[in-house]
Design a protein around this ligand. Structure first.
Ligand code: ZN
Ligand code: ZN
Length: 345
């Protein structure tokens, strides 16, 4: 069978592998769709040091079930989480599930961009195989993981009731974050984005105010209008550029929160006046990744229509065209979310 993997010099390639068979406790899944994530692109560019496995937003149909597996049957439509915490160590007990030492050791084999992939027994046992409600199409299913990352972030920062928030960078995950804030009861959510196509997608989803950050003073004016000049309770930086982080910091009210949500460039620095930070009491909270409980909660929001996201998928490309899919995903002028499709689509 075919699967996508990192090739040399910033490229992704199709390779051949033995079609996996499930051992005891494992399942295999035929791919329907897997989103191309910003972190997949950063791995390609060599900016993200982690295991080089690509594809962590997959949905598909259970192909085979190993001995001793309960709760998954051949043919089930499922989302699969690539990483799972152990739920037993003291890191997990504190609630820092994504920092559990087990978390990053678990992964799909050979990754989410494969005709068929194997889900390790540890993932199956800990509930990483989630059956999709009929109302959730493959496109929405492929957005469960990034939406889960946004929900995990929102829970970590603690959304105050009636919060006013601003999201800098309305790529797919920034838009998901903004829509989630609205469906969880934020009083006002604004956002900024350079690419017109992405601003239009953000406007469709009920975000209160969407501005172009290149328009001088537009972001500051939007925030001042919505907060009587005080600043937002929460600014979310859904991009990796230090300059954007700096402007996000400037939008937060005294005692508010700055969430560093996008993967920063390696060795980048945040240049802030520490006395000002101290006196303004701004909490700087970096967050990334998600876990099955939050993905399940996003699934529930999608299943009963409180959250709509499948319109964000603008391009679908088959595995055979994975290089083109990656190219499109890196072009905010033409694409919002790109998914790679497999044999179960
Ligand atoms: Zn992702
Ligand atoms: Zn743990």
């Amino acid at each position: 069978m075919k699967y996508g993997r990192l090739a040399g010099a910033g490229a992704v390639e199709l390779a051949d592998a033995e079609r996996p068979e499930p051992a005891a406790g494992e399942v295999t899944v035929d791919l329907a769709a897997c989103g191309v994530c910003g972190t997949d692109l950063e791995k390609l560019r060599g900016n993200y040091r982690s295991a080089g496995i690509l594809g962590h937003e997959p949905v598909g149909r259970v192909a085979a079930v190993g001995p001793g597996v309960s709760g998954a049957s051949v043919g089930d439509r499922v989302f699969v989480h690539h990483h799972v915490p152990c739920y037993a160590c003291d890191v997990c007990a504190r609630g820092d599930l994504t920092f559990c030492p087990t978390y990053s050791k678990t992964n799909l084999d050979p990754g989410g961009f494969a005709e068929t992939f194997r889900v390790p027994a540890e993932n199956v046992r800990r509930g990483a195989v989630l059956r999709l409600a009929d109302a959730i199409d493959w496109d929405a299913g492929a957005l469960l993981e990034p939406a889960g990352c946004a929900l995990t972030a929102i829970r970590k920062v603690g959304l105050p009731t009636g919060a006013r928030a601003f999201v800098l960078g309305l790529g797919p995950v920034g838009i998901l974050y903004a829509r989630l804030l609205k469906s969880l009861g934020a009083a006002w959510v604004g956002g900024s984005e350079v690419a017109p196509l992405r601003r239009a997608a953000a406007e469709r989803g009920g975000i209160d105010r969407v501005v172009d950050p290149r328009e001088s003073g537009a972001v500051e004016r939007a925030v001042a209008d919505a907060t009587d000049g005080r600043g937002v309770d929460l600014a979310v930086v859904a991009t990796g550029h230090p300059a954007v982080m700096r402007s996000g910091y400037g939008l937060v009210r005294r005692g508010g929160t700055l969430n560093l949500f996008g993967l920063p460039e390696p060795a980048s620095r945040l240049d802030v006046d520490l006395q000002e930070l101290y006196l303004r009491g701004v909490r700087v909270v970096p967050t990334y990744a998600t876990t099955e409980p939050d993905v399940r909660d996003v699934h529930a929001l999608l299943a009963d229509g409180r959250l709509r996201i499948s319109d964000l998928v603008t391009h679908r490309r088959p595995l055979a065209a994975i290089a083109e899919a990656f190219d499109l995903a890196g072009r905010p002028d033409v694409a919002v979310k790109v998914v790679v499709t497999g044999p179960a689509a």
